[in-house]
Structure formats: structure tokens, C-alpha cells
Write a protein that binds this ligand. Structure first.
Ligand code: UD1
Length: 428
């Protein structure tokens, strides 16, 4: 397995481009299941998860054409040849469950393995399933699979529009039901829906395909079902998590970087936290300029929340930054249980962090030391890279396949700003 070696101590300066969003692209890809015409996505990031979902879609009957270098992906599902999302693929990536709503909407049947993904807590899919049931699907959980059908007694096998209130905010469940509702009979009202920018991006693509959607990006979304959707071309929104991670890179190294494609509206909670820490974030032509001069970092306390609150996917990175603050910060994780797996690894680098339930208390230290550490999930991995950029000496991060799921050309992008970072190939 590949490793990444980082020698810290260089303040990053220069420009880092932001890629298309992985979390937006995955649901957009599953939207191809809703039509027999071609869906073309551009600004597609070149990441392992995109390949995994393409494999899954091909197993369901899709033809895919991927120009990875050009960031273009053509998907066409002339017909759903096999509505079965197999465990071997689904276990690699939790977002695979997003094929269920579209399959049910298109053909009234779908079977999906219960998902895997990052090891950050139990992460059930009960909301996805309850919502689809409310729309008329019958579910049978057997042998680790969800077998879903829409009985002929329900609109001749077609999902029905409903008013559905999510008991709490779920990004994935909102996306699944939004897609299912586009082809349902009647109007669907999703209440307490997720407001993440990826939802609005998905709705924009579905609307280009002919769906009738109002309110995406707010907590109530209304969808009037149509009989069929067509193909479309859609550019994937910028990756706000990659953007935020790159904003923390100059903050932690005391550098000065323009994050190209950076947009304040996508990372406002992070920008506020950086401002409180004493890091300057300024919109400039084409992006966001982030810099920290010689001054120290103020401690900042934060709580993760659904958008527009502070993103859980940027929690580990902020913790890495706070390990070097002049004082004590608290970080409370409200979205996922068990999302502090980076803590023991940061501690190996000299950080002082105490975890009590879902709150970590971080007492700043003057410096971190490089160490061998292990990536445990996608966002933990980047926090270790960020810590390594600031640490004295060499940090070797193992299990970087987690990182490769979410960060495109990470070494090249950071190296272009002066980082001393190398990939050690498993076969070297
Ligand atoms: C998405 C993102 C992930 C991000 C998360 C929260 C993708 C591919 N992934 O994940 O990077 O960290 O949003 O911003 O977009 N839950 C249930 N039952 C459900 C669904 C969710 O209990 O049916 C719980 C989850 O365990 C979690 C919380 O709800 O505690 C939020 O999860 P959700 O918003 O659904 O996250 P994902 O869509 O999986």
C-alpha cells in the first residue's frame, strides 16, 4: 500500500486549484439511472470513488465513457439490465445506496447491499428506506440486502408523491428521495431536508434533465413528478471540503496561498473559524487568498453541524490546526459518532488532545514532531498531512488509499506551493 512522506516546516505559498466535488459527483452519477439518454458530467474529479461508482453503474446496465484527464464522464443507462447493487462494490463506498431511489423510480424495483464506507460510526440508512417506503415501496431486508419493489397496486408500480419530514438532517437520504421523487406520480414535499450545496447542485442537474423542483438548498424541497427525464450536460460544483482543507494548509504552515475556485459562500463557517484563529481569508480574483503571517494562532471552539454550520468533513483538519494554537480549543462532533480516530495519530506527533464523549479538548503546543502515522478515514488522512506540513521532521502517513478516495493529485497540488511531500509507492 502506498504511503505519503511529508517533511514539515515550509510555509506554503502560491496557488492551489480546487477540483470538482466528489460528494456532488456521486449522486449526480446515480441520476443517470433516471433516464435512458446520456448524462454528461464535466468538472469530474479523478478519484477512486468515481471509479468505484462507475463500476457499480456498469453492473446495473450503464455504459460509461470517462475522460479522466479532461474531467468528463458520459453515462448512459439505455435499460436497467440488472437492478442489483452487489455487496462487493457497495461495501467499498456508502454512497452506493444512492442507486436505490433512482432504480425504484425508473423500474419499480431495486436490490442494494447494505453499505460500507468509512469506518466512522454505525451510519445506518434507515432514513433512506423509511422515505422510500412512504413513497409506496415495499422493502424486504434479507441476507444483508434490501430488496425493494413498488407493488402494482401503487400507481401500477410507480412511486407516489408524499410529504415526508426527515427526523434529522441527512444529506444522502435527501438526495435519494429527491431523485426518486422526480419520476413519482404526484408532488413530493421533503421537510427538514439537507441544505448542503451538493443538494442544490443535484437539483440543478435534475432540472436540466426535465425535473420540476423548487426549494433545493432550503430545508423544504417540493418536487412535482414527471413521466420521463432526458439527458443533460452538467458541470459539477467545486469541492468545498477540498477547498477548506487547502485553506487550512497556509494557516497551519504560516503561508500565503490563493485557493483557486474558492468561494466564501461554500465555506463561510470555516472562514469564520479561521478569522477567529487570526488567519486572513480574503476573496480575490478567481478564488480565496488565505494567509497567516508571523503571528500565532488563537484557539477556536467549534461544533459540527449540517450546512451552513461547520462541516464535519472539515473537523479533523481544524483539529490539526488547533494543536498549534496559543491556548485551549474544544471541538464537538455532532454528526458522526466515532469521528475522532485522528486523535491518537495527532497525539503521536506531540499534540495534546483529550476526548470526552463527542468533545475533544485541544491544548495547543509550540510545535509538532514528525512521526509515522496511519490514516483511518478520508478526512483523518488529510488532517495528518496538514499536521505533517507544519511538524518538525518527517511524517510518513500509511494507508493513504483513504486519501485517494477524496483528494485528486494531492501531492502535486501541495508541492506546487512548496510542500516537501512524496508518495512512496508500495512497489518501490
Ligand atoms: C454525506 C457526505 C459525507 C459527510 C456527511 C455529513 C457524501 C457522499 N458523503 O454523507 O462526506 O460527512 O454527508 O455532512 O455526500 N443517518 C442515519 N440514518 C440514515 C442516514 C443518516 O442515522 O438513513 C445518520 C448518519 O449516521 C450520520 C448523520 O445521519 O450520523 C448524517 O449522515 P448523512 O447526512 O446521511 O451523511 P451521508 O449522506 O452518508
Amino acid at each position: 500500500m502506498d504511503k505519503i512522506a511529508v517533511t514539515g516546516g515550509v510555509p506554503l505559498t502560491g496557488r492551489i486549484p480546487v477540483s470538482g466535488s466528489k460528494n456532488a459527483c456521486l449522486p449526480l452519477m446515480t441520476a443517470a439511472l433516471l433516464t435512458d439518454q446520456t448524462l454528461t458530467l464535466t468538472n469530474v474529479p479523478d478519484l477512486a470513488d468515481i471509479g468505484t461508482l462507475s463500476t457499480l453503474l456498469r453492473s446495473l446496465g450503464a455504459t460509461t465513457e470517462h475522460d479522466a484527464a479532461g474531467g468528463r464522464l458520459d453515462l448512459r443507462v439505455a435499460r436497467l439490465s440488472s437492478p442489483l447493487a452487489h455487496y462487493d462494490i457497495v461495501r467499498k463506498m456508502r454512497a452506493s445506496v444512492l442507486v436505490l431511489g433512482p432504480m425504484l423510480a425508473r423500474d419499480g424495483a431495486g436490490t442494494v447491499s447494505l453499505p460500507g464506507g468509512c469506518a466512522i460510526g454505525a451510519r445506518p440508512v434507515d432514513l433512506h428506506l423509511k422515505g422510500l417506503e412512504a413513497m409506496g415501496a415495499t422493502l424486504d431486508l434479507r441476507d444483508g440486502y434490501v430488496h425493494a419493489t413498488v407493488p402494482r397496486s401503487v400507481n401500477g408500480g410507480r412511486l407516489r408523491g408524499v410529504s415526508y419530514r426527515f427526523p434529522f438532517v441527512s444529506v444522502g437520504a435527501t438526495e435519494n428521495l429527491l431523485m426518486a421523487a422526480t419520476l413519482a406520480k404526484g408532488t413530493t414535499r421533503l421537510v427538514n431536508a439537507a441544505r448542503e450545496p451538493e443538494i442544490a447542485d443535484l437539483a440543478a442537474c435534475l432540472s436540466a434533465m426535465g425535473a420540476r423542483i423548487e426549494g433545493a438548498g432550503t430545508s423544504t424541497i417540493e418536487i412535482e413528478g414527471v413521466d420521463a427525464l432526458s439527458g443533460a450536460e452538467h458541470a459539477v460544483i467545486a469541492d468545498r471540503i477540498e477547498m477548506g482543507s487547502f485553506m487550512i494548509a497556509p494557516a497551519i504552515t504560516g503561508g500565503d496561498v490563493v485557493v483557486e475556485g474558492g468561494r466564501l459562500d461554500l465555506v463561510s463557517a470555516l472562514a469564520e473559524a479561521l478569522d477567529a484563529a487570526g488567519v486572513s481569508v480574503e476573496p480575490v480574483e478567481g478564488g480565496l487568498r488565505v494567509r497567516r503571517g508571523g503571528a500565532g494562532l488563537n484557539p477556536v471552539s467549534l461544533v459540527t453541524e449540517p450546512f451552513p454550520g461547520y462541516a464535519t468533513d472539515l473537523q479533523a483538519q481544524m483539529m490539526a490546526l488547533m494543536t498549534l494554537a496559543d491556548g485551549t480549543s474544544t471541538i464537538t462532533e455532532q454528526i458522526f459518532e466515532n469521528r475522532f480516530m485522528h486523535v491518537p495519530e495527532l497525539t503521536r506527533m506531540g499534540a495534546r488532545i483529550d476526548v470526552n464523549g463527542n468533545t475533544a479538548t485541544v491544548t495547543g503546543v509550540p510545535s509538532l514532531r514528525g512521526a509515522p502515522v496511519m490514516a483511518t478515514d478520508l478526512r483523518a488522512s488529510i488532517s495528518l498531512i496538514l499536521a505533517g506540513l507544519a511538524a518538525q521532521g518527517e511524517t510518513v502517513v500509511s494507508r493513504v488509499y483513504h486519501l485517494d478516495r477524496g483528494y485528486e493529485r494531492i501531492e502535486q497540488k501541495l508541492r506546487a506551493c512548496g510542500a516537501r511531500i512524496e508518495r512512496i509507492r508500495a512497489d518501490d
